[in-house]
Structures are given as C-alpha cells and as structure tokens.
Ligand binder design. Structure first.
Ligand SMILES: [Zn+2]
Length: 231
C-alpha cells in the first residue's frame, strides 16, 4: 500500500493541514458481501475521509465544500457528534460526513458513509457503535430510495447488501426477507446467485461476523458448497 501526504486548504475555514493520501493499494482478496474491499485496500479505510483540525469539516476531499454544508459543520449537533465517545474518532469523521451528505440530499452516499463508519467500529471491536452506524446506513438508504436514489447497481445487489447489513445487526428475519426478495430477480447473474446462497447459509447459522466472498462455492471449487450447520 502506497501512501503520500500533502498539504490541503480547507474549503470551509481556509486553514492548511497535512493529510495522508492513498496512492495505490492492491485488492489481494475478494470483498465482503457488504462490498467492503479485501486486504490490502481494506486497510486504507482511515484515509477515505479527512477532518480539518481547525473547523472539524469532514469529507473525502476537504478542499471543496457544498454551499449548504457550512451551517451543518458549524452546528452544535455536528460538533457533539465529532466528539461522541461512543464511536472511534475515525468513525465520527465518517458519521459527520454522512450528516453533511444527508443535509445536501445525497442519501445513497450518506448510507455508504455510515456503513464505512460501521467498518471502522468493527475494526475497533466497538460492536454497539457499529450497530448504530449500520442502522443509520439502512435509514439513509431507505430515505434515498423514497427520493429515487439507487445505492447500488441493481435491485438484486441492493437486496444482497441490505440482507448482509441486517445479518450483521443480528436481524436474521429481516436478512432472510431481503435475501428472498433479491433472489426473485429475473436473470440473476451467477456471481450474485452464489452470494445469495452464501448469505442464506450465514443467516441459517445465525452468523453475525464478516461474510467474505472468498467463501463462495465458485471460489472454493465446483463441488464445494457453503458449510451448513447440522439441523
Ligand atoms: Zn477547516
């Protein structure tokens, strides 16, 4: 993984700070069912969002800012979130960026940003915080769908992601419902079909941990199938 640091002028307050940037990272293993990249791209998550140390503005690129974002960054609720001790600092950066995205009507992206916050919480073993972030992701995507915003390439892949997020929350019934709805899609691509089988297997075992596509039957050999718990 190659990182480089560079000086950035904050689009909100104009102060200059130095930030690490990801130059290059290989994805050496398949992603998770919720799209989290495999190693080593996975490890670069800390560089996906930056926080201005002067005004607290959080974004992927803080050199520019949406015209409606300034008042959000200045708000009391935003600053409370920046220092919320229930979450790791980096998760707060993502959650704060999501607050801005919601305010500017970018609900699909806000949902993804909340999921990124959840991944940071996972890495820190902060499971309660991860749950709050996953609930936030589902909420933002639901609002986004009501505004006609897709958050992934097809209905079927959206159902797979929603199913996996519910499963990671321990909401196995909701996870199974989303799984079943996703499988009803016509002309389901083979890869997605295998992902749904893996998801279903994880749900049947009430597995809340990471579901990696490296466990897909098609990656493990033609005769392999996801492990099933004896009934
Ligand atoms: Zn600033």
């Amino acid at each position: 993984m190659q990182m480089q640091s560079s000086l950035v002028c904050c689009g909100n307050c104009g102060a200059e700070s130095r930030f690490p940037f990801l130059l290059h990272a290989e994805e050496l293993e398949p992603p998770d069912l919720d799209t989290r990249p495999g190693e080593e791209l996975r490890l670069s998550i800390g560089s996906w969002v930056a926080r201005c140390p002067f005004c607290g503005y959080c974004a992927g690129d803080i050199s520019s800012i949406h015209e409606l974002a300034g008042p959000v960054v200045d708000s009391e609720g935003y600053h409370r979130q920046l220092q919320d001790s229930r979450f790791p600092d980096k998760a707060n950066d993502f959650v704060c960026h999501a607050l801005i995205l919601e305010r500017t009507g970018q609900y699909a992206d806000a949902g993804w940003t909340m999921l990124h916050a959840a991944w940071v919480c996972d890495d820190h073993g902060r499971l309660d915080a991860a749950d709050l972030c996953r609930q936030g992701a589902l909420r933002a995507w639901t609002v986004g769908k009501a505004h006609g915003q897709a958050f992934h390439e097809s209905h079927a892949s959206e159902f797979l992601i929603v199913s996996d997020v519910h499963r990671r929350l321990g909401e196995f019934e909701h996870a199974l419902t989303a799984c079943n709805e996703g499988c009803e899609a016509e002309n389901l691509p083979e890869l997605l079909d295998h992902c749904f089988r893996l998801e279903r297997s994880l749900i049947s075992r009430k597995e809340k941990g990471r579901g990696s596509m490296r466990d897909l039957a098609i990656y493990r050999g033609a005769n392999a199938s996801p492990r099933e718990e004896p009934q």
